[in-house]
Design a protein around this ligand. Sequence first.
Ligand code: HEM
Ligand SMILES: *[C@@H]1O[C@H](CO)[C@@H](O)[C@H](O)[C@H]1NC(C)=O
Ligand SMILES: *[C@@H]1O[C@H](CO)[C@@H](O)[C@H](O)[C@H]1NC(C)=O
Ligand SMILES: *[C@@H]1O[C@H](CO)[C@@H](O)[C@H](O)[C@H]1NC(C)=O
Ligand SMILES: *[C@@H]1O[C@H](CO)[C@@H](O)[C@H](O)[C@H]1NC(C)=O
Ligand SMILES: *[C@@H]1O[C@H](CO)[C@@H](O)[C@H](O)[C@H]1NC(C)=O
Ligand SMILES: *[C@@H]1O[C@H](CO)[C@@H](O)[C@H](O)[C@H]1NC(C)=O
Ligand SMILES: *[C@@H]1O[C@H](CO)[C@@H](O)[C@H](O)[C@H]1NC(C)=O
Ligand SMILES: *[C@@H]1O[C@H](CO)[C@@H](O)[C@H](O)[C@H]1NC(C)=O
Ligand SMILES: *[C@@H]1O[C@H](CO)[C@@H](O)[C@H](O)[C@H]1NC(C)=O
Length: 320
Amino acid sequence: MAGYEVLATVLLTILFRRSVAQLSPSFYNSSCPTVETVVTNTLQQAMQSDVRIAASLLRVHFHDCFVNGCDASVLLDDTANFTGEKTAAPNNASLRGFDVIDQMKSQVDSVCNNTVSCADILAIAAKAAVVLSGGPSWTVQLGRRDSTTANFSLAQANIPPPTSTNAQLIAAYQNVGLSTQDMVVLSGAHTFGRARCTTFSNRLFNFTNGQPDPRINTAYLATLQQICPNGGNGSVVANFDPVTQDTFDNQYYANVLNGQGLLNSDAELLNGTTAALVSNFSTDQTSFFNNFAVSMVNMGNLQPLTGSQGEIRSNCRKTN
Ligand code: HEM
Ligand SMILES: *[C@@H]1O[C@H](CO)[C@@H](O)[C@H](O)[C@H]1NC(C)=O
Ligand SMILES: *[C@@H]1O[C@H](CO)[C@@H](O)[C@H](O)[C@H]1NC(C)=O
Ligand SMILES: *[C@@H]1O[C@H](CO)[C@@H](O)[C@H](O)[C@H]1NC(C)=O
Ligand SMILES: *[C@@H]1O[C@H](CO)[C@@H](O)[C@H](O)[C@H]1NC(C)=O
Ligand SMILES: *[C@@H]1O[C@H](CO)[C@@H](O)[C@H](O)[C@H]1NC(C)=O
Ligand SMILES: *[C@@H]1O[C@H](CO)[C@@H](O)[C@H](O)[C@H]1NC(C)=O
Ligand SMILES: *[C@@H]1O[C@H](CO)[C@@H](O)[C@H](O)[C@H]1NC(C)=O
Ligand SMILES: *[C@@H]1O[C@H](CO)[C@@H](O)[C@H](O)[C@H]1NC(C)=O
Ligand SMILES: *[C@@H]1O[C@H](CO)[C@@H](O)[C@H](O)[C@H]1NC(C)=O
């Protein structure tokens, strides 16, 4: 190797280390070896009365990571003199599962108190949610610490809205350091869970010139119009995946191709270079699963607090 190549390798290594900091799969091997089992068991229990909770928890991790990295900032409750992220537009009356995260924290603390961060519990819960719903597994990187701050306006700015165009989606991911491929792959999470009528009803009656969005399949449109009548209750929910509603599979991509993408942002994946990946994943579940595992690790690596940064919260809802 020439001298400059060695130098380049060293610099790249430093840059790489900086970007993913010191996360490691074995971070809790001696301090809390059962953490993954405890979190997974708590989720499994919760799914017995509310199967949707898996999807809800995966989404909480996403909304955490897109705002100053995966630091559990999204879990901080508002107080009289503090406004966190919970009431920001993408989260308000929308994110759910905070009570189950509290249960996980309390179960984990009962076996290894003051050791595991809320941010790591979210990362573990996200994987468990996918696995328990039939999706792929991956090795979760650990060692994140919890923030002492949150940022309402950054949550509004960084989390893309459901009305996003293809170009806006790509830009929102690029803004946090994720690729266009990560965007298409992670959108596959809309293979389970629910969305409120208010997040897509603009497509059902008067999208352009008094007509519904022409990209919606006719039969699917009729179904959605029934669930979400014009002027009706925007808090009623519809399944993201009308075919396999609670299973984590590649059905989402077939739905998008068939005019059954629920949100504008889902339909927009066909509008641009991203269409080729949609097509690939729709017929190749192995390809989707392998890529989903990679992109979840990429998202989980966003700007973690490590070492002596931040803290290990004793209550996920407030700073120590
Ligand atoms: C690509 C940009 C994305 C947009 C515009 C978007 C938008 C939305 C919206 C509007 C909802 C419904 C919220 C409500 O009804 O209040 C939703 C739900 C959901 N999102 Fe996304 N999302 C995106 C990416 C992601 C990613 C990256 C993940 C996870 C990896 C994800 C996972 C979910 C899940 C699982 C649900 C259902 C949650 C539940 O049932 O409680 N989404 N998303
Ligand atoms: C940590 O524990 C896991 C699971 O028990 C094991 O597979 C892995 O080899 C351990 N890693 C280290 C560095 O001890
Ligand atoms: C407000 O903030 C201060 C310090 O940041 C804290 O001590 C106090 O308990 C907070 N709450 C209220 C209601 O003032
Ligand atoms: C959050 O939603 C509630 C209704 O669920 C509403 O009363 C409140 O004004 C909303 N807050 C913000 C900041 O939009
Ligand atoms: C964990 O430690 C805190 C103090 O940091 C203490 O208040 C709590 O009772 C402990 N919980 C358990 C389960 O030991
Ligand atoms: C939130 O983030 C914005 C944009 O980075 C920044 O200008 C602002 O100071 C932050 N607010 C808080 C409370 O940290
Ligand atoms: C559709 O929306 C436009 C713009 O908001 C409005 O001018 C028009 O009257 C609406 N048409 C129908 C049929 O509701
Ligand atoms: C709207 O729907 C939600 C969810 O089904 C329900 O909790 C709420 O009570 C409804 N509101 C009204 C005014 O009917
Ligand atoms: C695709 O995006 C372009 C640019 O945003 C837009 O002009 C065009 O109408 C879109 N096509 C469809 C089918 O939505
Ligand atoms: C999907 O893409 C992968 C990787 O590019 C490729 O190996 C695979 O053959 C493709 N599958 C289909 C069905 O096109």
